[in-house]
Design a protein around this ligand. Structure first.
Ligand code: 13P
Length: 253
């Protein structure tokens, strides 16, 4: 049985004070939901302070991005090792905003997955097609390419420990979610790709989150699908009411 995993990606929102205050509110609000894994990804600047604020709550901190190298002359960059030291447990990697706005390539994503493991961070690997790719019938091909290139050269144990976040680009921040059936179909496809290539515990254990306009009103139906194990939440993670609303919705009988 896979434990549900809900992660909030705050993107470039909330300064340090706001991030700490929301983390405190969410940390307290999460107390009744011990059957769900929860993580929050604040701006890098706030990782340390948010980690402090979440002590004792069971809520983890995730990074939003890191440089693939451990240290060196990479002005402005932050390494996975630094993020681990600051309190991160998870590393979001390959978000579509990184791929499209910052030009991250398949190789970059692959290298970041490896550097996250080396530093002791568990990757949350984002994959997903654009609207144009979906309309051209390329959704599965794109998702397969993004998935398999990122997982190259990892052990089966490492792959099973990754969280995949399927985020169709056309559903991010648009208020337009994939229907539960559309999302389930892609999640089942992702799991089948793993099933064909790795020992069966990998496909059984790996958690696949859905991301793209997840809100309290649609979370339960999405997470009721057999291959949807959690959510990567953007906009609705920016208030405790909406984020806790998602946890409440998915744990209701
Ligand atoms: P929204 O929930 O705002 O659509 O964002 C999804 C996302 O990009 C999470 O990483």
């Amino acid at each position: 049985m896979r434990r549900p995993f809900i992660a909030g990606n705050w993107k470039m929102n909330l300064g340090i004070k706001e991030a700490v205050s929301l983390a405190q509110e969410i940390g307290i609000g999460c107390t009744p939901f011990r059957s769900v894994d929860v993580a929050l990804a604040p701006t890098t600047l706030a990782v340390d302070a948010v980690n402090e604020a979440l002590q004792g709550t069971g809520v983890h901190v995730a990074s939003q991005n890191h440089h693939e190298s451990d240290s060196g002359a990479f002005t402005g960059a932050v390494s996975a090792t630094m993020l681990k030291e600051a309190g991160c447990a998870y590393a979001i990697i390959g978000h579509s905003e990184r791929r499209t706005l910052f030009g991250e390539t398949l190789d970059d994503v692959h290298n970041k997955v490896h550097s996250a493991f080396k530093a002791g961070l568990l990757p949350i690997l984002c994959i997903g097609e654009t609207l144009e790719q979906r309309e051209n019938g390329q959704a599965q091909t794109i998702v397969q390419e993004q998935l398999l290139s990122a997982l190259k050269d990892l052990s089966a144990d490492q792959i099973a420990a990754i969280t995949i976040a399927y985020e169709p680009v056309w559903a991010i921040g648009t208020g337009k979610t994939a229907s539960p059936a559309e999302a389930q179909s892609m999640h089942a496809f992702i799991r089948s790709l793993l099933q064909e290539r790795y020992p069966s515990f990998v496909a059984n254990d790996i958690r696949i989150q859905y991301g793209g306009s997840v809100k309290p009103h649609n979370a339960k139906e999405l997470l009721s699908q057999p291959d949807i194990d959690g959510a990567l939440v953007g906009g609705a993670s920016l208030t405790a009411k909406a984020f806790i609303g998602i946890l409440t919705a998915i744990t209701q009988g």
